[in-house]
Design a protein around this ligand. Sequence first.
Ligand code: B1M
Length: 211
Amino acid sequence: MDILKKISVSIQHGDDQSVFTLTKRAIEMNIPPKDILDHGLIDGMNIIGDKFKHHEIFLPDVLLAARAMYAGMDQLKPLLVKDGIPSMGKVVIGPVRGDLHDIGKNLVGIMLKGAGFDVIDLGKDVPPEKFVNTATIEGAKIIGMSALLTTTMPVMKEVITILRNQNLTDKIKTIIGGAPLSKEYARQIGADVYAYDAANAVESVKQLIQK
Ligand code: B1M
């Protein structure tokens, strides 16, 4: 079994120690960090998601997989973030109110930092006003919101409504992401852009910041 497959399987077993050791080894083998992420860690997490959906595993298994995911991500982080490059601008990010899924958002944050953006990470379960207030106070031009639950998706529209009511939509652009979202949903709620993964989020933010 190749090492990326082994990482994926260890994520599925929730074995954080193996994920740590295998990720370290993959880095030493000079496998590109993006490949370790996509074909190892994220692959494992996607399989966990499918099994959970079909009731083959339960919530504690998902929690263990998430912990194992961080054992790998923490090692990749310094490789994806380059220090000392001039700031491309500020981006406020977080999962919306009611949403505790932060792995994808953290990846987006890591990749944005790597591309030279100042990332203001609001953690998780972020109330709509907090996105707008922080962006205003910090002079951020972009608000990035994530939602992994169909029940939390509508909170994104609340943020956009606040921006509209305060006439801020020209100054502050919005990007949304997360597994249940789509380009069509972004259009429906008036978000400026939808990004399907972390690399696409970086490209989209670069384009938005130039507008
Ligand atoms: Co939950 N969960 N979960 N979960 N969980 C999902 C989302 C689910 C699809 C699983 C399933 O049924 N197949 C399902 C949602 C169903 C739905 O709404 N239709 C679900 C459920 C039901 C729940 C609970 C309600 C379960 C319960 O309590 N009964 C509960 C809700 C908690 C809450 O938020 N209030 C819950 C809890 C949890 C854990 C805490 C155990 C854990 C989260 C741990 C953590 O994040 N620290 C967890 C996990 C891990 C998952 C799955 C398995 C994996 C999510 C993940 O991290 N993926 C997930 C199944 C799935 O998504 N397939 C599931 C890896 C990550 C890299 O991908 O987050 O999609 P993702 O991010 C991607 C892109 O989407 C994009 O880029 C990222 C990198 O490529 N992206 C952005 C993400 N954010 C972006 C922002 C951007 C741009 C792009 O711009 C700002």
